[in-house]
Design a binder for this molecule. Structure first.
Ligand code: NDP
Length: 364
């Protein structure tokens, strides 16, 4: 079964289903030597999603691990045979990764508050970086990450998997090509009921904020990539706090309203109290919507023409196959999945917090 799924994914990837936006075909790459990649932080996303992508792809080879938990290493070595002992690092000796010639790129799947520190260290070690979303805790950190990568001449991508996923690529097309006419209004909601009260997602220093940082960033992304425009101002409101102990450091929920050019309004909502995941666009000639819109799927969507009928794919496999040619190329990464895009989102996220704190409309 597993083998069948792998070969389906390889076939789907080679068909270039997400290619209109991601450029060169993965198919051409298969003859090349895989890019060497090291995972930094072996938590849930690394193990259950990026790890699966690395099993599915021929474009990348896992050649290194960075972890604070040595007991995780045997399982990873068994799963990915061939990782050399000298390519296993701790956070303390991370800088030694500079000497690992078979590691081209590091993939940072650490808590948000550690993204800047390890991206900057990786850049200084001469490694390209893929960093998970949100890019950082603050705009200043994001700018420092971009500057460190620019100085070192390395590339910085953000794990924006939706830019490689068929349903999201399709709504980008609807919005930008005005398939159903002009979009006048969008609603974007992403929340889930958070579990373990001791987890890092509830600690300001490690998470940067609450659900807005974690999943609200998908709403911001969707608004921007569907409309193909940048917002000009934002207002925002905190939601009620029903559990003051759990939510002593980060918000429990938050609502915002982004104004885009041409008088388009995008309302957003993000929460750690309730499960919600929808995007809705009201256009001149009808509406289109997705729910679920951004989680691992299967995603579902409807347009005035009926149900969206698109391939259901493993997002992270598409992301890794889609990003690979750009890491091989001498050209800079395209903005839409790079640190440049991450910084734009960070500015909007911080403006939403400022708007909620001050009660003012914040210009962007
Ligand atoms: P986890 O808590 O599952 O994993 C984080 C890992 O980071 C830990 O297992 C640990 O690995 C390492 N770590 C180092 N220092 C700390 C610390 N002080 N506290 C906690 N962990 C630490 O988180 P996730 O995997 O869910 O999230 C990691 C990143 O990935 C986040 O930025 C998140 O936003 C992003 N993410 C992205 C998703 C997407 O769809 N694009 C989905 C889920 C998460 P070790 O023991 O090896 O040191």
């Amino acid at each position: 079964m597993k083998q069948r799924r792998r070969s389906f994914l390889k076939t789907a990837g080679s068909l270039g289903l997400a290619m209109p936006v991601i450029g060169p075909s993965f198919f051409n790459l298969r003859e090349d030597k895989p890019l060497g990649i090291a995972m930094v932080g072996l938590g849930s996303y690394a193990k259950n999603q990026i790890g699966v992508a690395l099993e599915n792809t021929g474009a990348w080879k896992l050649t290194g691990l960075v972890t604070g938990t040595p007991s995780k290493v045997p399982e990873w070595k068994k799963r990915f045979p061939g990782i050399k002992d000298e390519n296993i690092f701790s956070y303390e000796n991370f800088d030694k990764i500079a000497g690992a010639k078979d590691i081209d790129v590091v993939y940072i799947t650490l808590p948000n508050g550690l993204h800047a520190e390890y991206t900057i260290k990786a850049a200084k070690a001469g490694k390209h970086v893929i960093c998970e979303k949100p890019m950082a805790n603050t705009v200043e950190e994001a700018e420092a990450m971009l500057e460190a990568c620019r100085k070192a001449g390395v590339k910085l991508a953000i794990g924006y998997r939706c830019h490689f996923e068929p349903f999201n690529l399709e709504v980008m097309k609807y919005g930008r090509e005005k398939t159903f006419g002009r979009i006048n209004f969008m609603q974007t909601n992403f929340g889930f009921r958070i579990g373990d009260p001791t987890q890092w997602r509830l600690k300001k220093a490690l998470a940067g904020g609450g659900p807005l940082m974690d999943v609200g960033v998908y709403c911001i992304q969707a608004a921007r990539y569907t409309l193909g425009m940048e917002p000009v101002s934002v207002s925002a409101q905190w939601g009620p706090v029903t559990d003051p102990t759990r939510f002593s450091e980060v918000e429990e929920s938050i609502s915002w309203q982004l104004t885009f050019p041409e008088g388009v309004t995008v309302n957003g909502f993000s929460s750690y109290r309730t499960n919600v995941e929808t995007m809705f666009a009201s256009c001149d000639k009808g509406n289109f919507e997705m729910s679920p819109a951004w989680s691992y799927g299967p995603l579902k969507g409807r347009t005035p023409l009926g149900e969206m009928n698109l391939p259901v794919v493993h997002h992270q496999t598409y992301q890794m196959n889609g990003m690979a040619p750009y890491f091989r190329s001498k050209d800079p990464l395209p903005d839409h999945f790079s640190g440049v895009e991450g910084l734009r989102d960070m500015k909007i996220l911080m403006a939403i917090y400022e708007a909620a704190r001050t009660g003012k409309v914040i210009a962007l």
